[in-house]
Design a protein around this ligand. Sequence first.
Ligand code: APR
Length: 228
Amino acid sequence: MKKIVVLTGAGISAESGLKTFRDSDGLWENYRIEDVATPSAWEKNPSLVVEFYNIRRQQALKAKPNAAHSALVKLEKKYDVQIITQNIDDLHERAGSKNVLHLHGEIMKCRSSKDSDLVFPTKNDGLKMGDICPKGSQLRPHVVWFGEMVPELPHAAEFTSQADILIVVGTSLVVYPAAGLLDMAPHPIRKYYIDPNAQPRNNINNLHIIAEKATKGVPELVEKLLEK
Ligand code: APR
């Protein structure tokens, strides 16, 4: 089976009602990254950080996978599909994708602030200050903040370097190291970039731009790849 790696960003969940970060009225227009998504934000005002991610979690719980998430599941009929998502929502899993790697963490989980291996499902009513791990330290959202290591990067790089086809969906490709995965894909393979605002990237060989929203562009591409 040929291997397809799909790198997704906030744009694939936009039509499920979840805000992106950098579009107009995106999350980073209403919050400052340094207030809610950095280790120093956590040191200065952990309650605000917890509140920010509890809202993200509530919204993700209300959202449903859309036609783009579902089309990627269909690809598994004919291909070995690995999703690499920058999203912290669980819409790929709820659509039914088998192999999902979360580069920036998962909003439905929390972890110890002292020992990053201690990861737990977040309780139904969200995370609270005073919720502690078995070692006694405050639980934090299981997400990767700006300025932190991206522990899943080596796995993501390995998958990407072995891909026969790469599909990129709904990401501005401005955040590294995620955006750098494009450079790690084998030079000659076919690469597709589905995003209404996708810009050509001259340094990437064989990049085919599909300037469409995810719910149109992804199902159309999937049909084409299944026909091949
Ligand atoms: N279909 C496809 N793409 C869309 C749609 C849609 N319906 N709506 C918007 N987009 C595209 C935008 O054109 C943009 O290129 O989604 C992209 C969203 O970009 P960002 O907001 O920058 O989100 P993303 O690339 O996922 O951000 C990367 O930045 O803040 C961090 O950790 C956060 O994982 C996130 C990372």
